[in-house]
Design a protein around this ligand. Sequence first.
Ligand code: PLP
Length: 391
Amino acid sequence: MKSFKLTKKQALVLANKYPTPFAVISTEQVEKNYRFLKDNMPRVRVFYAMKANPSPIIINKMTQLGASFDVASDGEIQTLTAMGITGENMIYANPIKTTSGLKAAAAAGVNKFTFDTKEEIYKMAAYVPRAKVLLRLRIKNAKALVNLNEKFGAEPQDAVQLLKTAQQQGLDPIGLAVHVGSQTLSTEPYHEAFSICHTIMDRAKGIGLSLSTLDIGGGLPVPAPDTCVNLESMVKDINKGLTQFPPDIEIWAEPGRYICGTVMNAVTRVIGKQTRAGIVCYYLDDGVYGTFSGVFFDHWEYELNSFKSGKLIPSTFFGPSCDSLDVVAKNYPSPDLQIDDIIVATDCGAYTSASATTFNGFAKAPLLHWEKERDAIAAEAKRSDTCEAVI
Ligand SMILES: *Cc1c(COP(=O)(O)O)cnc(C)c1O
């Protein structure tokens, strides 16, 4: 599936209008990603995991499309509440919740939660009595880019007892939740998870506990070029696995990076250049403490497009801070660049600006809404009586 990619002309027009660095989000791409998922997995109710990119541009679009949200903290609940999203459309999917998070959930009317320990049952019973709860299970998947199952998930053999305890404490155990791990490129762990969930649902039924919901979590990959993943066959295969669950079982998903990964381009500029120990080094005005934070927090390698041709030389790209850790890319094949040249990083919507900091006094790159910018530029071109639209 195609990503949102600014053309050279579009990037230059924006870079003439706004100081770099900035990033541009396409809501048409958000819609494409959402619809693709719904078309191929029609049963799925989508809860967008906002931690991947909490930009209001994306959240508003997802709301318009009818999506719900996966939240993990009081801050995320309050952000959504302030945007008019009701607790009914949120799942608090952090298995270990803070007291302030539980209080915020109660205040906002959040009524869906995940948990993976007995201790959490008592916390939820105290702050959100009668809540609908899903037991998060541990799924082994060593191949995920980010393995979440070392941190979360109950062992399958403890599942029925935990669900029963939840019920005894006045909670409403409605189902099971898994997360196969972020940027998972194979469907194997899904099928393994489904089979475990199927068994537990049967066992639960055996003690009179009828589960109505399976939450398949996040993990769907950003289909960036170098991952070589065929998203369509992947999603179709996961959907096939879901047919083993009767139609009255509700299927939920919590995609994060899949929804937002391909919707954003970062625009940064070369602000310095020198050759060090024979290696060409460029210094950019955005770095790993900013939009490229995924280098550390997401083990990500970004595509850096300078729109220039010429011999490709393995080069180093540094961020603007005074820290030597601030390396955006090493050995990156790049044509020769000059100060002030623009670089566009595509497929950088997930776990980038979400984890950016203002370290060393560099402001976070502002996020622009592409379709608005495009329309404004077109209107301006019309006003200035140019026959030819700029973009
Ligand atoms: C982070 C997270 C997600 C989103 O994961 P992606 O891999 O970005 O899709 C979904 N659910 C939970 C509980 C998470 O912690």
